[in-house]
Design a protein around this ligand. Sequence first.
Ligand code: SF4
Ligand code: SF4
Length: 347
Amino acid sequence: MSAPTAQPGLRKQTPARRLKAAARKARELAIIGHALASTHHPVMAQIVPMRFCNLSCAYCNEYDKVSQPVPIDEMLRRIDHLGRLGTSIITISGGEPTTHPDLDDIIRRIRHNGALAGMITNGYYLVPERIQRLNEAGLDHLQISIDNVEPDEISKKSLKVLDRKLQWLAEHADFHVNINSVVGGGIKDPQDALTIGRRAIELGFTSTIGIIHDGDGQLKPLGAEERRVWEEMRSWKKKNYSRFNQFQEAIANGQPNEWRCRAGSRYLYICENGLVHYCSQQRGYPGTPLADYTQADLDREFLTEKTCAPNCTISCVHQISHIDHWRAPQTNRVSPGTDDELVKIST
Ligand code: SF4
Ligand code: SF4
C-alpha cells in the first residue's frame, strides 16, 4: 500500500507559522549542539503537574482519579530548578496536563527559562480557544497518543472521538503536533494504527508508532498482525513521514537492546511530589527531591548502568541517551525494582 501524503490546506501554513517553525528548528539544533558539546546537563525532563486523568486507559499506570493539581507556585519553583540544572527540553505530562488550571503559566515559565516546551495530552479538552492560549503561552511541541479508531473498554483515546480536535489543531496550532499510534497492550485491531497514522499525515502532522509497554516498562514481542502493521508504517519511513529507530525495531522483533540508559542525568522524570525518578516506569530511583538534585547526582547517574535497559521500551529515554552512545562507558550498576544498592563495576 502506498504511503499517505500530506494535503496542503488542511494544516494552514501562514508566513507567521513558517517563521515560528524555523525559529523552533534553530532552537532544536542549538540544543543538539549543546548536548553534543557537554554531558553535564539534562537534555529532557518530563514533569507532572497533575496526576489526575479524565480517562482510564486499561494499560496505564500513570494516572489516578483523586489527585489535586500541584500548586502553581510549586510548579514554577520546580521549573526553575530544572533551569538551574540546565535542562534543554521540558515536557509536561500526567495524568492529563490540560486539567491543570494554570497550565499556560507553566508553559510560559518553561520558555522563560530558555527551554523548549512540550506537552503530552489525550486531547479531550482541546478546543480552538484552548489551542490559541497554548500558542500564546509559547508551547513548542504537542503529542497526542491515539489508540484505536472506535473507543472500547481498553481505551477511549479513539480517532472517532478525537478527529474534530485534530482538525482544530490543524487549523489553529502554531506549535508542532505529533500523533502517536500504538500496537500491543491489548489494542484489538492493529490496523487501527495505520488508519490513525494516515489521518495524521493527511492533516499535516508528523506520525509515530509506539509499542504499549506492560506494567514495568519491559519488553513484549509483537504478534504477526501487529508486525505486519509495523512493516507497513516502516515503509512510510522512506517518505520521511514517520520516525523510527533501531531501538523500536528490536522491540518489535522481541529482541533486547544494547544501550546505555542515561536516565537520572540526561533525562529526568519529575513526579507530582517533586521527586526525581529515572522514568515513568522506574519511579523510586533515585527518588531525590528535585530541589536537592545536584550536578553530582547528574554526573553519577550518567555513569550508572540500569539493569532494566536491555528490555526497556521507553523510546524517548533511548532517543535522548543515544546522543551519548559513543562515549563514557558506565562504571556503576543499579537494578531498579530490586533492593540492590548501587554497585561499582570493576573494569
Ligand atoms: S489518557 Fe494518558 S494518562 Fe490518562 S489514563 Fe490514558 S494513557 Fe493514562
Ligand atoms: S532502562 Fe532507563 S528508561 Fe528504561 S525502564 Fe530502566 S531506567 Fe527507565
